[in-house]
Design a binder for this molecule. Structure first.
Ligand code: S3P
Length: 448
């Protein structure tokens, strides 16, 4: 009998995932789908909650992060039906009508929930809110949104250094033009949401363009939104009117990224991933893989509810190292851990720069990927703002740790697929933040 390549071992608090690819090799073949886009799922729940009338959401991500968003907005008066991927109904309570919750709002592990929600809370006159999150989120910087909100007149209290728990007393805010020092969709979206109730134009200018799902969805819900891609600026004209909509959430390209890399580096693979969002502010991963010599094709490109969607086909190929930096980084910001795995299989040196933001994600992703990939035998040097990886290095199974970061857990599982011998990933349950079925899909494609 052949032993299964994937074993999940659960203790009371943590799961470990053991991956033991057969020595004879393992080609990844077939057709799969990935869960709904996390960024779009958060925004659909939030805009649905603050709009007038009903919003229907198809394809919502059922991960723990959108569940945190749903619970927060339910606590503030929105009625949200049971979460499922078919249809979720949100009964909006109307702009400016978020109720004062009688308990602390818990954003869990989700930076998007905390930062976007903060813009809305700050602009609800006379109401008082307290917000917290898990240990990871309580160590992530909130001053990047607190400072511009304070420029708008917001009253926010935080721990020293700008950390949650936070307290907010809602105010009428004045519009500003905020020139953000970082390209961050969470910062941009927070300020645009805060500007919805202000009289006049609230503008955010970024050093490089970050994901534009907020701009697209705000417009679809009826807000006047002006964008200038030349100057990387987005403006919302307030006070806005938002009307509930029908939102179709495409598959998450950040989740597809794990399979794109897996099929690119595991010999003889040929995988199709259907229904993936290919918004140009998110497709840096496709450009990076193409630059490395991967065979990735977009097929059946179409528009679904205001977002471009395609099926992706990827076939194994020989990869070469490349340099990833500059304006490309915000367009692949969440894919750097899995690109680091691709780099271990690529010939030559891969240099990732301008990615210091990774140090303030769910974990310090530069430090964690450097230490964990090194344990698997990769040659990785940590840079202040990136990674330098020399390849190709055959990986060897070892014990590694996700540091309870979902994207690290899944990246290490893909590294394990191409390693020789057995790898155990500790705290692998983190994957459920953005991809609850990750292990099931891993098992499925390994058995195809
Ligand atoms: C997100 C924006 C990005 C990304 C995060 C989701 C969003 O964060 O890393 O996973 O939905 O707006 P930053 O805006 O902080 O770069």
């Amino acid at each position: 009998m052949v032993s299964p390549p994937i074993i999940l071992d659960a203790t009371e608090h943590h799961h470990s995932l053991t991956v033991a690819p057969p020595p004879s090799g393992l080609a990844l073949r077939g057709t799969i789908r990935v869960p709904g886009d996390k960024s779009i799922s958060h925004r659909a729940l939030m805009l649905g909650a603050i709009a007038s009338g009903e919003t229907q959401i198809q394809g919502l991500l059922l991960g723990e992060d959108p569940r945190s968003t749903a619970a927060c907005f339910q606590a503030m008066g929105a009625t949200i039906s049971e979460l499922n991927t078919e249809w979720v109904q949100v009964q909006g309570i109307g702009l400016g009508n978020l109720q004062e919750p009688n308990t602390v709002l818990d954003a869990g592990n989700s930076g998007t929930t905390m930062r976007l929600m903060l813009g809305l809370l700050a602009s609800q006159p006379r109401r008082f809110f307290t917000v917290t999150g898990d240990a990871s989120l309580r160590s992530r910087p909130m001053s990047r949104v607190i400072h511009p909100l304070q420029q708008m007149g917001a009253q926010i209290w935080c721990r020293a250094g700008g950390y949650a728990p936070l307290a907010v007393r809602g105010q009428s805010l004045k519009p500003i033009h905020f020139r953000s020092p970082i390209a961050s969709a969470q910062v941009k979206s927070c300020i645009l949401l805060a500007g919805l109730l202000s009289e006049g134009k609230t503008t955010v200018t970024e050093p490089a363009l970050s994901r534009d799902h907020s701009e697209r969805m705000l417009r679809a819900f009826g807000a006047e939104v002006l964008v200038d891609p030349e100057t990387c600026s987005a403006t919302v004209v307030g006070p806005a009117q938002l009307q509930g909509q029908h939102v179709v959430v495409p598959g998450d390209i950040s989740s597809a990224a794990f399979w794109l890399v897996a099929a690119a580096i595991v010999p003889d693979s040929d995988l199709r991933i259907e229904n993936v969002g290919v918004n140009p502010t998110r497709t840096g991963i496709l450009e990076a893989l193409t630059l490395m010599g991967a065979d990735v094709q977009q097929e059946n490109l179409r528009q679904v509810a205001g977002e471009p969607v395609a099926d992706l086909r990827v076939r194994a190929s020989t990869l070469t190292g490349c340099t990833l930096s500059g304006d490309l980084i915000p367009r692949l910001i969440d894919e750097i851990p899995i690109l680091a795995v691709a780099a271990t299989a690529a010939r030559g040196t891969t240099i990732i720069r301008d990615a210091a933001e990774l140090r303030v994600k769910e974990s310090d992703r530069l430090a964690v990927m450097a230490t964990q990939l090194t344990r698997l035998g990769a040659k990785v040097t940590e840079l202040p703002d990136g990674l330098e990886i020399s390849g190709s290095t055959p990986l060897v199974g070892a014990e590694v740790d996700s540091h309870t970061d979902h994207r690290i857990a899944m990246s290490l599982a893909i590294a394990a697929l191409s390693a020789q011998g057995t790898t155990t990933i500790h705290r692998a349950e983190a994957a459920a933040i953005s991809y609850p079925d990750f292990t099931a899909t891993l098992q499925q494609i390994c058995g195809m």
